[in-house]
Write a protein that binds this ligand. Structure first.
Ligand code: SF4
Ligand code: SF4
Length: 151
C-alpha cells in the first residue's frame, strides 16, 4: 500500500453476472467459515450447529472447518446443477465477499487470475464498487479465513 492507498482506492468496476456461478464451480475450491456462518447455515437447515458441522463440513489441513465438497468432483455440495446456490440466502460470508478476497487482491498476478475467472470484473459499463465496500468484504474474508476449530 503506497501513500495514496491500495490500488483499488478509486473503486473497481464489477457486476455479478446472472447464471454465472464460475466462482462456485471450482474443483478443490475451499470456503472457510466464520462462527456466525455456521450458526446461520445451521439455522437455515433447522439443525443444531454441531450436527450441521458434522454433516455439511469437513476440515482444512490445519483443522479449520470448511464447507464440504462433492466426492466425485470436489465442488461445493450446495451448488445446484443450474449453477445457482441452494443456500443463497444463508451463504457463507466468504461466498458473498468474492471476488474481494485478500488472496485475490494481494498481488497483480493473483488479481489478473481473478479477473480471468470472474466475468463480473470484465464489465466496462458496470458501476465501480467503492473502497469502503471492498474493505468491508476484505475484512469478512479475513475473519472467515481465520476460521474456527471447535464449536
Ligand atoms: S465468477 Fe464473478 S460474475 Fe460469476 S458468479 Fe462469481 S462473482 Fe459473479
Ligand atoms: S455455498 Fe453457495 S455460494 Fe458458496 S461456494 Fe457453495 S454454492 Fe457457491
Amino acid at each position: 500500500m503506497g501513500a495514496r492507498g491500495p490500488w483499488y482506492s478509486e473503486g473497481v468496476r464489477f457486476e455479478c453476472q446472472p447464471d454465472c456461478g464460475k466462482c462456485c464451480d471450482q474443483p478443490g475450491g475451499v470456503v472457510f467459515l466464520a462462527r456466525h456462518d455456521a450458526e446461520r447455515l445451521a439455522k437455515h437447515h433447522e439443525m443444531e450447529v454441531q450436527d450441521w458441522l458434522d454433516r455439511d463440513c469437513t476440515r482444512s489441513q490445519n483443522g479449520r472447518y470448511v464447507l464440504r465438497s462433492r466426492e466425485q468432483d470436489g465442488i461445493c455440495i450446495y451448488l445446484n446443477d443450474d449453477k445457482s446456490c441452494s443456500v443463497y440466502k444463508a451463504k457463507p460470508d466468504q461466498c458473498s465477499a468474492f471476488p474481494w478476497w485478500n488472496e485475490n487482491m494481494v498481488s497483480n498476478r493473483s488479481w489478473h487470475k481473478t479477473v480471468q475467472l470472474c466475468p463480473g470484473l470484465r464489465q466496462p459499463e458496470a458501476d465501480a464498487i467503492s473502497l469502503p465496500v471492498i474493505q468491508g468484504h476484505l475484512e469478512k474474508d479475513r475473519v472467515a479465513e481465520k476460521g474456527f476449530r471447535t464449536w
